[in-house]
Design a protein around this ligand. Structure first.
Ligand code: FE
Ligand code: CA
Length: 547
């Protein structure tokens, strides 16, 4: 879709989407909401489309301050990303509201001696001078290097790779899973280590940014050599706020290093918009129509600042983020969005014992369309491993030893009928080697996914690997104070570590191996990386075994 096509469909689908969310009885509020929405997302009223192109030679300050990124590898294509921002902490990024032409090139080697593709993309002011290039015609299963040029300025070089050919046997794949990078909770040391780790692909499972205020010292980072501007020191609400927040995060050198070295496949959780929102229901007492304006701003800034393709471009408050990727016939990845379509949390959210409200079969974590898409995808799957990168804990986590124990209403435990439908769908599809990836909880977990979590003797249907946070929760501790209770209440819980880090998973036809990697501290820079534990699950015989 071209920008012009996107613009021309702006008004109609906008109102329809809003109406779908709000229901007919609230339609009368929509005129105001839609007007505010058009304003919030800066389209196309700014009129910048008509502005003359800015000659990149006139950019006199280094504009690639946010680094480069790549993502969503296909066998013949990958998305390249950058943004022009000579002054990243200014709302306008230091550029006038004019389009800028940016050259890009891709090569087989780091010195660009063997070029394979090149072109020119436009950094539109409507997209905050972000650049998304969907390079086509690449060879399957290869490493490539890429860079951008604007006027006299050359970007850092990025490394990426394409997926193996569709249906091809792939000998091995190692990917990482990361989540939850609250800038104000510490340094992104784990991203620095990830940049040096030998992985093919990184899944980001959400909480890429946090909406809360960032003070001049960067919170727990306690900067003494710089002061962040006051415009970060309030909760994000507008498009400008969200855009600036991505600019803050992406100036982090460790995060830039991870993006430059590996392609990312990203999905969001709540904090990219607002803590624990559910569909069109915000955390606090704000009317849904007002919240959808905020959600539209948040979703748009997310797309602008991630290596995502055009089908993921939001239309107002809606975006199709769930999508499917393949790694030959070794793995199928069903990337979920468990925020946009979910029912409101039962019992007012938080921890609660299950009951009629949470167990209502009409409640959904995925929405009906995404659920059907997932189950149909499994029916059609020929992959050895069926991996589900998503946000919140899938397995049951009882918080106490009572027969009916408290569980988290925000996780799948608060949507048990939805989880049952997914597991029944996996069984009916005869899906091979199910592995769920999760984030959100700021601790590392490894679970056996049981057919009946209350019966340890029931069938193990797959495994769940939960990535701890990059920074959220500050330094953390290895074990919680309720360790004995927690492990007794949840016999399918095979591992817990409450420190910061990430997890890598290596897949072969025969087995999957998970390595939980941690750093001992994040409130000061430079922590070393160590592997806290490793687990293996054999193909055809699900169940985690510590190695
Ligand atoms: Fe988080
Ligand atoms: Ca979260």
């Amino acid at each position: 879709m071209t920008i012009t096509q996107y613009r021309s469909q702006w008004q109609g689908p906008e109102l329809r989407a809003a109406a779908r969310h709000l229901g007919r009885r609230r339609f009368l509020t929509l005129t105001a909401a839609a007007a505010a929405l058009a304003f919030a997302v800066d389209l196309p009223a700014a009129g910048a489309a008509a502005a003359a192109t800015l000659d990149a030679a006139r950019i006199d300050v280094f504009p690639f301050t946010l680094g480069v990124a790549s993502g969503d590898p296909l066998p013949d294509s990958v998305v390249l990303w950058t943004r022009l921002a000579p002054a990243p902490y200014q709302p306008d990024g230091g550029l006038p509201a004019q389009p800028v032409d940016v050259d890009w090139e891709m090569a087989q080697d780091e010195s660009f001696a063997v070029p394979v593709a090149q072109g020119t993309a436009t950094a539109h002011p409507e997209f905050h001078h972000t650049v998304h290039v969907e390079v086509q015609g690449l060879d399957a299963g290869r490493v490539y290097y890429y860079r951008f040029r604007a006027g006299a300025w050359l970007s850092p070089t990025g490394r990426t790779r394409t997926a193996p050919a569709a249906g091809a046997a792939a000998p091995a794949l190692t990917f990482a899973a990361v989540s939850c990078q609250a800038y104000t909770d510490g340094y992104f040391t784990a991203h620095r280590h990830l940049s040096e780790d030998d992985v093919d692909l990184v899944f980001h499972l959400g909480d890429y940014i946090y909406e809360y205020a960032v003070d001049a010292a960067g919170g727990a980072r306690k900067y003494t050599d710089r002061a962040l501007p006051a415009l970060f020191d309030h909760e994000t609400g507008t498009l400008e706020d969200y855009r600036l927040r991505y600019a803050l995060y992406r100036t982090d050198a460790d995060l830039q290093a991870a993006h430059a070295m590996h392609p990312f496949v990203v999905t969001w959780d709540d904090h990219e918009t607002e803590n624990n929102y559910a569909g069109s229901i915000p955390e606090n007492a704000v009317p849904p129509d007002q919240f959808l304006i905020r959600r539209a701003a948040a979703y748009r800034a997310y797309w602008e600042n991630q290596p995502l393709r055009m089908p993921q471009l939001p239309v107002g408050p809606d975006a199709q983020l769930y999508r499917r990727l393949f790694w030959g016939r070794l793995a199928q990845f069903d990337v979920l969005d468990t925020r946009q379509y979910r029912s409101d949390q039962a019992y007012g959210d938080g921890k609660h014992i299950p009951g009629p409200e949470s167990e209502d079969p009409a409640r959904t974590m995925t929405g009906a369309a995404q659920e059907a898409w997932l189950l149909d995808g499994w029916k059609a799957s020929t992959a050895r491993w069926n991996v589900v990168p998503q946000q919140v804990c899938f397995s049951q986590r009882k918080m106490d030893l009572n027969t009916v124990a408290e569980v988290s209403m925000d996780a799948w435990d608060g949507y048990p009928a939805s989880r049952r439908r997914v597991l029944d769908g996996a069984k009916a599809a005869g899906v091979e080697n199910l592995m769920v990836l999760s984030g959100d909880v700021h601790v590392a977990y490894a679970f056996d996914i049981k057919d009946d979590f209350d019966d340890p003797a029931s069938r193990t249907l797959g495994t769940e690997i939960v990535a701890t946070s990059i920074a959220s929760g500050q330094n953390g501790t290895e074990r919680p104070s309720n360790w004995a209770t927690y492990t007794t209440a949840n016999p399918h819980l095979k591992f817990y570590d409450g420190r910061r880090g990430y997890v890598t998973v290596s897949l072969t036809d025969a087995r999957a191996r998970a390595d939980f990697k941690t750093v001992p501290y994040v409130t000061t820079p430079g922590a070393p990386l160590s592997t806290a534990a490793s687990f293996v699950t054999e193909a055809g015989a699900p169940g985690l075994r510590r190695v």
